[in-house]
Write a protein that binds this ligand. Structure first.
Ligand code: IDC
Length: 415
């Protein structure tokens, strides 16, 4: 009897301890996000058995999990992020904590805007709607008041289709002779280009092409407020609120100006990219380190001219320090020439600059669609005002840049 009682005590103790053990196994929550909100789905399996796990809110500590990403038709899987970093469709891991995992999908063909969608800045980098890094390449138009013959839909179509530009830049002259301040009609030229870019599914920069924007902030505020109201819902549109400040202070002059303009843009458009010029012709991007502008999707303008020996000697360093400090840069303008738009076309240096931008995935627009007789102009004098340019109409710079752009298939297959 004593023996049986003892056994019962032992048994019940065992049961209690089993119970306790059962209760003491921690449970974890697995949240799965699909980015953008469509494009595929994710299967969650027990790794060993391959059986689907139905309740993702209570997964035992130590469970071996397998995730499988399944793209829908016309989408590709691009990777996992947040809790798991991988680009392989199927990943396995052990559940040791509550975890959020995002699966990234992206359209596998279409116009640049169909594929990349809404742009953003994350972790100092330009990313697409799926939060994957993206590099856009294209052409800058020349000052609106001096080269408006090329500011038309046919030219934008040609740049998208034949040049494979995924982006164009509308450089609206502001204070220089005949610019927006003296002729508000310049705005209509911008709208023509923006409408054409939206039609074609490429990105477009609305550039306040000025060297003195801090002298008339109210004009910029009302211009960009109008543009944001009109175009804010289109992911195509990017605002460049200041092309190139001169030798003025980042913190005392440019930043306060930009903050004022950004505030009015954000009142109408919560998310499209905003680009801000930096001191000394948008060269001193390192001045922004430790002094960035608060807000979302803001990047900083970096300009260089590839055959300029001063730029070659000093600007890699400046750009590198900014990049290392996590400052997102956008090359809204660069030329193959020297800084004045003319002079040499040094192919070796140009190649190095292009490699630099590729390595750091810096998006760029090349200066410029113009038929002026200067090294940086892409067209020869009197090139067709409706695009459709044959090789005899392209300058050395134009045919070189066209080849670079076509090698990346920015329009027909933007991956
Ligand atoms: C240049 C043009 C040139 C024109 C000049 C007027 O190439 O034909 O006479 O503007 O100021 C920039 C400017 C851009 C310049 C370009 C080349 O943003 O407007 O265009 N450049 O000098 N910054 C550095 C170089």
């Amino acid at each position: 009897m004593q023996f049986i009682t003892n056994m019962l005590v032992v048994l019940s103790l065992l049961l209690i301890s089993c119970d306790n053990k059962e209760e003491s196994i921690e449970k974890h929550v697995l949240s799965i996000k699909i980015l953008p909100e469509e494009g595929g789905s994710v299967e969650v399996l027990e790794e060993a058995s391959g059986i689907p796990i139905v309740d993702l809110t209570s997964i035992p500590e130590g469970e071996n999990i397998q995730l499988k990403a399944i793209p829908e038709d016309n989408y590709q899987f691009v990777g996992w992020t947040d809790g798991v970093e991988s680009s392989i469709t199927s990943v396995a891991f052990v559940m040791t904590e509550d975890l959020t995992v995002s699966a990234l999908f992206r359209k596998d063909s279409g116009t640049p805007v169909e594929v990349y969608g809404q742009l953003g800045i994350e972790g100092g980098q330009l990313v697409d709607e799926s939060k994957v890094q993206v590099q856009l390449r294209g052409m800058s138009l020349f000052w609106s008041q001096w080269m408006s013959k090329y500011w038309n839909q046919q030219v934008i179509d040609w740049l998208a289709i034949d040049w494979e530009s995924s982006i164009v830049r509308a450089s609206m002259g502001v204070d220089a002779n005949g610019g927006f301040l003296s002729n508000q009609e310049e705005k209509v030229k911008v709208e023509t280009v923006v409408d054409a870019a939206i039609d074609k599914g490429i990105y477009v920069i609305i550039d306040w092409h000025s060297h003195h924007a801090e002298d008339y902030p109210q004009e910029a505020v009302s211009f960009f407020s109008e543009m944001a109201k009109k175009y804010g819902q289109y992911p195509n549109v990017i605002y460049e609120v200041y092309n190139e400040p001169l030798d003025v202070s980042w913190s005392q002059t440019i930043k306060p100006y930009a903050e004022e303009v950004i505030q009015t843009i954000r009142a109408k458009d919560p998310d499209n990219l905003i680009l801000v010029g930096t001191p000394n012709w948008s060269q001193d991007v390192d001045d922004v380190i430790g002094n960035t502008i608060q807000g979302t999707n803001i990047a900083y303008v970096f300009h260089f001219y590839a055959s300029d020996s001063w730029h070659y000697q000093s600007l890699f360093t400046k750009a590198n320090s900014a990049i290392e400090a996590g400052i997102p840069l956008f090359v809204t303008e660069w030329g193959v020439s020297e800084a004045n738009g003319g002079g040499d076309f040094n192919r070796t240096w140009t190649q190095e600059w292009i490699q630099f931008m590729d390595k750091n995935k810096l998006s760029w627009c090349n200066w410029a669609i113009a038929d002026k007789e200067e090294t940086s102009a892409a067209l020869k004098p009197s090139a067709n005002i409706n695009g459709n340019w044959g090789s005899s109409e392209l300058s050395e710079s134009g045919s070189y840049i066209r080849n670079v752009l076509r090698a990346h298939k920015g329009y027909s297959n933007p991956k």
